[in-house]
Design a protein. Structure first.
Length: 296
């Protein structure tokens, strides 16, 4: 639900402005659609928005419905059906619901304090409940179930100039970015969400890294790489990547017995044929996104 950090930022900015918020959630789809169940757009009472669910026509319709909901304070359920049945486009079903500032944003606000659980909302009225376990996004018996996810988090070891494009690309993806290094070059990583400076390299071995989803080692030092890798292998991080040539990466695999470790990716990134720092960042983030979505 909040896997993209920009949604959390939008809610906080709207709160500071004392704005009401309309949430438009895709609750079910039939056939081929741009947006999938769980995708959403947030629109505040100053007509600012975040998210895209489809065509300009659909987007304008959503904006119009948000004004109606802000005025009536009543939820709207609607279906978007393509006019041309031969277009190949499917049917999307939406829940348009208002979350009021003076009610601390209702179920939306409560969800912010229940990460890792499931929000269950009625599409018939304003009733909802928080379920302690994670339930797959679905519409069932007029109730819409949606996992309350924390923003996807990326941990980057290294802070040189080669990291700048990677942080920028991760920010486009809406991931939370954390930089760890012994000597942090802030001018290259000032777009990161958090900077952690290590006093000693071995200090990383005592850090709890379990809260991160993905990690990238970009230190360009074999000794430093080994210490970082040792720390990561003890954690639950689901993606561990190292930038380096195939020969050296094979040595890492042999040394740490990673032949069957599906979390480990080295050399990091998909082969997309580019060699600029921007294309390398793209290839890395594409591989992480594929891993995140269970494609690799």
């Amino acid at each position: 639900m909040f896997s993209n950090k920009d949604y959390l930022n939008f809610i906080e900015i709207s709160r500071q402005k004392r704005c009401d918020i309309v949430g438009v959630s895709v609750i079910e789809t039939l056939g081929s659609t741009y947006a999938k169940p769980g995708n959403m757009v947030l629109i505040n009472s100053q007509e600012q928005f975040i998210g895209v669910l489809g065509s300009p026509f659909l987007h304008n319709k959503i904006l119009d419905l948000s004004k109606e909901v802000l005025k009536s304070k009543e939820s709207i359920y609607f279906e978007n059906t393509p006019k041309d049945k031969k277009s190949g486009h499917g049917i999307s079903k939406y829940l348009v619901q208002v979350f009021l500032y003076n009610e601390n944003y209702g179920s939306l606000g409560i969800s912010l304090n229940n990460m890792g659980k499931t929000l269950c909302r009625s599409i018939k009225d304003k009733s909802f409940k928080i379920i302690d376990t994670q339930i797959k996004t679905k519409l069932e018996n007029n109730f819409f179930y949606q996992t309350i996810e924390m923003p996807y988090s990326l941990l980057i070891f290294g802070s040189g100039a080669h990291v700048t494009s990677l942080v920028s690309m991760a920010n486009i993806m809406g991931w939370e970015t954390t930089i760890i290094d012994i000597e942090i070059r802030e001018e290259f990583v000032n777009e990161a969400d958090k900077l952690i400076k290590l006093e000693n390299l071995e200090d990383i071995l005592s850090y709890d890294l379990n809260t991160y989803n993905a990690s990238i080692i970009l230190s360009h030092s074999p000794k430093t790489d080994d210490v970082y890798l040792k720390a990561l292998l003890k954690s639950k991080v689901e993606y561990i990547g190292i930038l380096g040539n195939k020969k050296n990466m094979q040595k890492k695999i042999d040394k740490f017995e990673l032949h069957n470790d599906k979390r480990f990716f080295a050399p990091i990134g998909f082969d997309i044929g580019g060699n600029t720092h921007q294309s390398i960042a793209l290839s890395i983030c594409a591989q992480i996104e594929a891993r995140k979505n269970g494609k690799i």
